[in-house]
Design a protein around this ligand. Sequence first.
Ligand code: PGA
Length: 254
Amino acid sequence: MDKERKLIIAGNWKMNKTVAESLDLANGLVRELKDVTEVDIAVCPPFTALSAVSEAILDSNIRLGAQNMSEHGYGAHTGETAAGMLKEFSTRYVILGHSERRQYQRESDELVAAKAKAAHETGLKPIVCVGEQLEDRESDRTEEVVGSQIRGSLAGLTAGQMEGTVVAYEPVWAIGTGKTATSAQAQEVHAFIRNLLGDIFDEDTAKRVRIQYGGSVKPDNARELMSQPDVDGALVGGASLDVRNFSEIILNSI
Ligand code: PGA
Protein backbone atom coordinates (compact mmCIF):
# COMPACT_ATOMS: atom_id res chain seq x y z
CA MET A 1 0.00 0.00 0.00
CA ASP A 2 1.57 3.24 -1.09
CA LYS A 3 0.78 6.15 1.17
CA GLU A 4 2.03 9.65 1.71
CA ARG A 5 2.45 9.05 5.44
CA LYS A 6 4.05 5.91 6.90
CA LEU A 7 1.46 3.78 8.66
CA ILE A 8 1.82 3.42 12.41
CA ILE A 9 0.16 0.44 14.05
CA ALA A 10 0.28 0.23 17.83
CA GLY A 11 -0.96 -2.41 20.23
CA ASN A 12 -2.62 -1.14 23.39
CA TRP A 13 -2.38 -4.06 25.80
CA LYS A 14 -4.43 -2.19 28.43
CA MET A 15 -4.44 -3.86 31.87
CA ASN A 16 -3.46 -7.28 30.55
CA LYS A 17 -0.43 -9.60 30.67
CA THR A 18 1.93 -10.61 33.43
CA VAL A 19 5.63 -10.07 32.79
CA ALA A 20 6.02 -13.65 31.56
CA GLU A 21 3.02 -13.33 29.23
CA SER A 22 4.27 -9.98 27.98
CA LEU A 23 7.61 -11.55 27.11
CA ASP A 24 5.92 -14.38 25.20
CA LEU A 25 3.89 -11.87 23.21
CA ALA A 26 6.82 -9.54 22.55
CA ASN A 27 9.13 -12.39 21.50
CA GLY A 28 6.46 -13.78 19.19
CA LEU A 29 5.95 -10.40 17.55
CA VAL A 30 9.68 -9.87 17.08
CA ARG A 31 9.80 -13.21 15.28
CA GLU A 32 6.73 -12.70 13.10
CA LEU A 33 7.33 -9.09 12.15
CA LYS A 34 11.10 -9.00 11.72
CA ASP A 35 10.93 -8.29 7.99
CA VAL A 36 8.41 -5.45 8.15
CA THR A 37 9.87 -2.09 7.18
CA GLU A 38 6.78 -0.49 5.62
CA VAL A 39 4.94 0.16 8.88
CA ASP A 40 6.01 1.73 12.18
CA ILE A 41 5.12 -0.84 14.83
CA ALA A 42 4.67 -0.17 18.55
CA VAL A 43 3.53 -2.15 21.56
CA CYS A 44 2.19 -0.52 24.72
CA PRO A 45 2.41 -3.01 27.61
CA PRO A 46 1.36 -2.23 31.18
CA PHE A 47 3.96 -0.30 33.24
CA THR A 48 4.97 -3.47 35.08
CA ALA A 49 6.17 -5.09 31.86
CA LEU A 50 7.87 -2.09 30.22
CA SER A 51 11.32 -3.07 31.39
CA ALA A 52 11.11 -6.68 30.24
CA VAL A 53 9.48 -5.86 26.90
CA SER A 54 11.98 -3.09 26.30
CA GLU A 55 14.79 -5.64 26.43
CA ALA A 56 12.92 -8.19 24.34
CA ILE A 57 12.42 -5.74 21.46
CA LEU A 58 15.78 -3.99 21.80
CA ASP A 59 17.26 -4.97 18.45
CA SER A 60 13.98 -5.21 16.58
CA ASN A 61 11.80 -2.98 14.41
CA ILE A 62 9.21 -2.77 17.22
CA ARG A 63 9.10 0.35 19.39
CA LEU A 64 7.87 0.72 22.94
CA GLY A 65 4.92 2.79 24.10
CA ALA A 66 3.33 3.43 27.50
CA GLN A 67 -0.39 3.76 28.16
CA ASN A 68 -0.35 6.89 30.30
CA MET A 69 1.97 9.26 32.15
CA SER A 70 1.82 12.12 34.61
CA GLU A 71 1.68 15.73 33.49
CA HIS A 72 4.21 16.46 36.25
CA GLY A 73 7.95 15.92 36.39
CA TYR A 74 9.55 13.98 39.25
CA GLY A 75 8.21 14.68 42.74
CA ALA A 76 5.50 14.08 45.28
CA HIS A 77 2.82 12.41 43.15
CA THR A 78 2.14 9.03 44.70
CA GLY A 79 1.24 6.35 42.20
CA GLU A 80 2.10 8.44 39.15
CA THR A 81 4.78 7.90 36.50
CA ALA A 82 6.88 10.74 35.09
CA ALA A 83 7.81 10.95 31.42
CA GLY A 84 11.48 10.79 32.38
CA MET A 85 10.90 7.41 34.03
CA LEU A 86 9.41 6.06 30.82
CA LYS A 87 12.42 7.28 28.85
CA GLU A 88 14.61 5.01 30.97
CA PHE A 89 13.17 2.04 29.08
CA SER A 90 13.68 3.66 25.67
CA THR A 91 9.96 4.30 25.48
CA ARG A 92 9.15 6.18 22.29
CA TYR A 93 5.37 6.67 22.46
CA VAL A 94 2.78 7.31 25.14
CA ILE A 95 -0.98 6.90 24.73
CA LEU A 96 -2.79 9.89 26.24
CA GLY A 97 -6.47 10.57 26.85
CA HIS A 98 -7.70 7.10 25.98
CA SER A 99 -11.50 7.04 26.30
CA GLU A 100 -11.23 4.62 29.22
CA ARG A 101 -9.14 7.20 31.10
CA ARG A 102 -11.42 10.04 30.06
CA GLN A 103 -14.39 8.03 31.31
CA TYR A 104 -13.12 6.26 34.44
CA GLN A 105 -10.32 8.57 35.59
CA ARG A 106 -12.17 11.71 34.54
CA GLU A 107 -9.31 12.96 32.38
CA SER A 108 -10.16 16.27 30.76
CA ASP A 109 -8.93 17.77 27.49
CA GLU A 110 -6.96 20.24 29.56
CA LEU A 111 -5.16 17.46 31.44
CA VAL A 112 -4.45 15.58 28.21
CA ALA A 113 -2.98 18.76 26.70
CA ALA A 114 -0.71 19.23 29.74
CA LYS A 115 0.45 15.62 29.43
CA ALA A 116 1.05 15.98 25.69
CA LYS A 117 3.18 19.05 26.29
CA ALA A 118 5.15 17.27 29.05
CA ALA A 119 5.65 14.24 26.79
CA HIS A 120 7.17 16.36 24.04
CA GLU A 121 9.38 18.22 26.47
CA THR A 122 10.85 14.87 27.51
CA GLY A 123 11.19 13.52 23.98
CA LEU A 124 8.21 11.14 24.00
CA LYS A 125 5.73 11.10 21.13
CA PRO A 126 2.15 11.25 22.37
CA ILE A 127 -0.66 9.24 20.81
CA VAL A 128 -3.61 11.47 21.68
CA CYS A 129 -6.98 9.71 21.60
CA VAL A 130 -10.30 11.30 20.70
CA GLY A 131 -13.69 9.84 19.85
CA GLU A 132 -17.41 10.26 20.24
CA GLN A 133 -19.86 8.23 22.31
CA LEU A 134 -22.73 6.40 20.64
CA GLU A 135 -25.26 9.02 21.71
CA ASP A 136 -23.11 11.77 20.16
CA ARG A 137 -23.11 9.96 16.84
CA GLU A 138 -26.82 9.24 17.00
CA SER A 139 -27.57 12.89 17.67
CA ASP A 140 -25.27 14.01 14.86
CA ARG A 141 -22.74 15.60 17.21
CA THR A 142 -19.65 13.60 16.19
CA GLU A 143 -17.80 16.55 14.66
CA GLU A 144 -18.72 18.86 17.51
CA VAL A 145 -17.44 16.41 20.14
CA VAL A 146 -14.32 15.28 18.28
CA GLY A 147 -13.56 18.87 17.23
CA SER A 148 -13.71 20.08 20.78
CA GLN A 149 -11.48 17.22 22.00
CA ILE A 150 -8.94 17.99 19.27
CA ARG A 151 -8.86 21.71 20.09
CA GLY A 152 -8.66 21.08 23.84
CA SER A 153 -6.30 18.10 23.96
CA LEU A 154 -3.73 19.57 21.57
CA ALA A 155 -3.87 23.12 22.89
CA GLY A 156 -0.51 24.74 23.39
CA LEU A 157 1.52 22.41 21.16
CA THR A 158 3.83 24.04 18.63
CA ALA A 159 3.47 23.04 14.97
CA GLY A 160 6.68 21.03 15.31
CA GLN A 161 5.31 19.17 18.34
CA MET A 162 2.02 18.57 16.53
CA GLU A 163 3.86 16.98 13.65
CA GLY A 164 5.43 14.52 16.08
CA THR A 165 2.09 13.75 17.69
CA VAL A 166 -0.08 10.84 16.58
CA VAL A 167 -3.84 11.32 16.80
CA ALA A 168 -5.96 8.22 17.40
CA TYR A 169 -9.59 8.48 16.38
CA GLU A 170 -11.43 5.88 18.43
CA PRO A 171 -15.22 6.03 18.36
CA VAL A 172 -16.11 4.89 21.88
CA TRP A 173 -18.97 2.70 20.61
CA ALA A 174 -16.47 0.69 18.56
CA ILE A 175 -13.97 -0.02 21.35
CA GLY A 176 -14.02 -3.62 22.51
CA THR A 177 -17.51 -4.09 21.11
CA GLY A 178 -16.75 -5.83 17.83
CA LYS A 179 -18.54 -2.96 16.07
CA THR A 180 -16.04 -1.32 13.77
CA ALA A 181 -16.73 2.00 12.13
CA THR A 182 -17.12 1.43 8.41
CA SER A 183 -14.09 2.57 6.44
CA ALA A 184 -16.24 5.43 5.07
CA GLN A 185 -17.24 6.53 8.59
CA ALA A 186 -13.61 6.43 9.68
CA GLN A 187 -12.39 8.33 6.61
CA GLU A 188 -15.03 11.03 7.12
CA VAL A 189 -13.90 11.78 10.68
CA HIS A 190 -10.20 11.46 9.82
CA ALA A 191 -10.60 14.02 7.02
CA PHE A 192 -12.50 16.29 9.41
CA ILE A 193 -9.66 16.02 11.97
CA ARG A 194 -6.99 16.74 9.35
CA ASN A 195 -8.89 19.81 8.12
CA LEU A 196 -9.25 21.06 11.65
CA LEU A 197 -5.51 20.56 12.29
CA GLY A 198 -4.93 22.67 9.19
CA ASP A 199 -7.03 25.46 10.74
CA ILE A 200 -5.42 25.22 14.18
CA PHE A 201 -1.83 24.75 12.99
CA ASP A 202 -1.16 24.95 9.24
CA GLU A 203 -1.76 22.87 6.12
CA ASP A 204 1.74 21.40 5.94
CA THR A 205 1.65 20.27 9.54
CA ALA A 206 -1.82 18.78 9.08
CA LYS A 207 -0.60 16.84 6.06
CA ARG A 208 2.23 15.29 8.06
CA VAL A 209 0.27 14.25 11.17
CA ARG A 210 -0.56 10.56 11.34
CA ILE A 211 -4.12 9.77 12.36
CA GLN A 212 -4.77 6.23 13.57
CA TYR A 213 -8.15 4.54 13.67
CA GLY A 214 -9.01 2.47 16.73
CA GLY A 215 -12.02 0.38 17.70
CA SER A 216 -12.33 -3.35 17.00
CA VAL A 217 -9.57 -3.43 14.39
CA LYS A 218 -9.06 -7.07 13.38
CA PRO A 219 -7.03 -8.93 10.72
CA ASP A 220 -10.05 -9.03 8.41
CA ASN A 221 -10.95 -5.33 8.49
CA ALA A 222 -7.47 -3.78 8.75
CA ARG A 223 -6.72 -3.58 5.05
CA GLU A 224 -9.96 -1.86 4.12
CA LEU A 225 -9.56 0.69 6.94
CA MET A 226 -5.89 1.35 6.16
CA SER A 227 -6.68 1.89 2.49
CA GLN A 228 -8.61 5.07 3.30
CA PRO A 229 -6.64 8.18 2.31
CA ASP A 230 -6.64 9.79 5.76
CA VAL A 231 -6.27 6.63 7.85
CA ASP A 232 -2.58 6.33 8.70
CA GLY A 233 -2.55 3.39 11.05
CA ALA A 234 -4.37 1.70 13.87
CA LEU A 235 -4.50 1.60 17.64
CA VAL A 236 -5.41 -1.97 18.42
CA GLY A 237 -6.72 -3.23 21.75
CA GLY A 238 -8.11 -6.76 22.00
CA ALA A 239 -6.51 -8.08 18.83
CA SER A 240 -3.06 -6.88 19.92
CA LEU A 241 -2.96 -9.42 22.76
CA ASP A 242 -2.33 -12.29 20.42
CA VAL A 243 0.79 -12.76 18.27
CA ARG A 244 -1.06 -14.05 15.26
CA ASN A 245 -3.87 -11.44 15.27
CA PHE A 246 -1.60 -8.44 15.73
CA SER A 247 0.92 -9.70 13.18
CA GLU A 248 -1.82 -10.33 10.64
CA ILE A 249 -3.26 -6.85 11.14
CA ILE A 250 0.16 -5.45 10.26
CA LEU A 251 0.89 -7.82 7.40
CA ASN A 252 -2.59 -7.32 5.92
CA SER A 253 -2.10 -3.54 6.02
CA ILE A 254 1.05 -3.46 3.91
P1 PGA B 1 -10.24 -2.62 20.72
O1 PGA B 1 -9.61 -1.38 21.56
O2 PGA B 1 -9.31 -2.84 19.55
O3 PGA B 1 -10.26 -3.75 21.68
O4 PGA B 1 -11.59 -2.18 20.28
C1 PGA B 1 -9.00 -0.28 20.93
C2 PGA B 1 -8.48 0.68 21.98
O5 PGA B 1 -9.14 0.86 23.01
O6 PGA B 1 -7.40 1.29 21.81
